[in-house]
Design a protein around this ligand. Structure first.
Ligand SMILES: Cc1cc2nc3c(=O)[nH]c(=O)nc-3n(C[C@H](O)[C@H](O)[C@H](O)COP(=O)(O)OP(=O)(O)OC[C@H]3O[C@@H](n4cnc5c(N)ncnc54)[C@H](O)[C@@H]3O)c2cc1C
Length: 299
């Protein structure tokens, strides 16, 4: 019986409460923040698990690989994915991959899939992450793999060699059909994630579950979570994500607003006249209406 193969891309993001920045490079100091699974990726995991359960009820087999690129600490979210029900976790990690922009992130994820999982049926991604939310990785990954993609899915129904995908667009519901293999990104409001069960956590942390540095072929059968470096992916010795990324973050800053308190004094008519003389234009633009057309002109 054919096993339906799903790869779910998951990213570790810093807890929203702690976001230390490297002001020089404009990148997050991820190693200093406690990590968690990106909420959007978590919904993609839930979508994969529900597909697996639906297929299991029909007597069909599904294999789920959770795939992440990140620093070694990102292995934590692979354990979590395993605890939730993924069959395998793969961490793509190497100092030379650090600082990748979305273009290289998608390229590296694609290199793994092309080399180690060319027979994948369905790739799932979150729609956009909570830390940089570019929403570019899913579509770019589909481009790298030369497979079709549908974004912002609220429901996925796997058929023989295709998926039927429902998505909300403004006030409409769209029902789309796409040949497989293909990639789907999950809408932020869909597939409410389940809780991690204690039994799942116990399974995920079984001895021998993790093998660092092993390429999938070399990893022992027991290794449910493996780590692959740049060499293991076949990236040449000169590869360097910071240098090779075609986009760069030039600056990251919070926009500032200027506030001033003004007290208008005098008789009511004087105050209203003064208000419209000095602030008429600002009030009009804030209201999106020309005040002159609404009977507020003085003459
Ligand atoms: C503030 C800030 C702004 C940035 N702006 C840009 C920018 O404009 N252009 C640019 O090229 N880079 C940018 N980056 C770099 C960017 O964060 C990384 O390239 C990152 O790995 C992917 O981008 P994202 O988090 O926006 O992914 P998104 O495209 O928002 O992620 C969507 C989904 O793709 C998958 N995914 C994303 N990253 C990974 C991963 N590492 N491993 C596995 N699956 C993954 C997940 O399923 C995720 O839910 C920015 C970084 C920061 C901190």
């Amino acid at each position: 019986m054919k096993i339906f193969k799903i790869i779910i891309c998951i990213k570790q993001v810093p807890m929203v409460s702690e976001l230390p920045w490297d002001a020089k490079t404009g990148t997050l100091k991820r190693e200093m923040a406690q990590g968690m699974m990106d909420p959007s990726s978590r919904r993609a995991v839930e979508a994969g698990l529900q597909i697996k359960e639906t297929r299991a009820a029909a007597g069909e087999q599904t294999h789920i690989t959770a795939l992440s690129m990140g620093p070694p600490m990102a292995a934590e979210i692979l354990y979590q994915a395993k605890a939730l029900g993924a069959d395998r976790g793969v961490l793509l990690s190497d100092r030379r991959m650090a600082g990748a922009d979305t273009f290289l992130t998608s390229f590296i994820l694609a290199e793994y899939i092309k080399r180690q999982a060319p027979d994948v049926d369905l790739v799932l991604c979150g729609s956009q992450t909570s830390d940089s939310e570019t929403a570019q990785v899913g579509p770019q990954l589909a481009g790298e793999l030369s497979i079709p993609a549908i974004g912002y899915a609220s429901d996925i129904n796997v058929q023989e060699n295709l998926v039927r995908v429902q998505r909300h667009v403004d006030d409409f519901l769209e029902l789309l059909e796409m040949d497989l293999p293909g990639l789907v990104t999950i809408d932020q409001g869909a597939y409410e994630p389940r809780y991690t069960s204690l039994g799942g956590v116990q399974d995920a942390f079984e001895p021998g579950a993790f093998e660092s540095g092993a390429f999938e072929d070399d990893a022992s059968e027991d290794a449910d979570i493996i780590q692959v470096d740049a060499k293991g992916l076949g990236l040449d010795g000169t590869f360097n994500a910071v240098k090779d990324s075609p986009t760069r973050i030039l600056d990251v800053y919070s926009p500032t607003t200027q506030k001033e308190n003004i007290v208008l004094k005098g008789a009511p008519k004087t105050v209203v006249d003064q208000l419209f003389d000095e602030y008429g234009k600002i009030i009009s633009s804030a209201m999106g209406k020309d005040l002159k057309t609404h009977g507020h002109t003085r003459e």
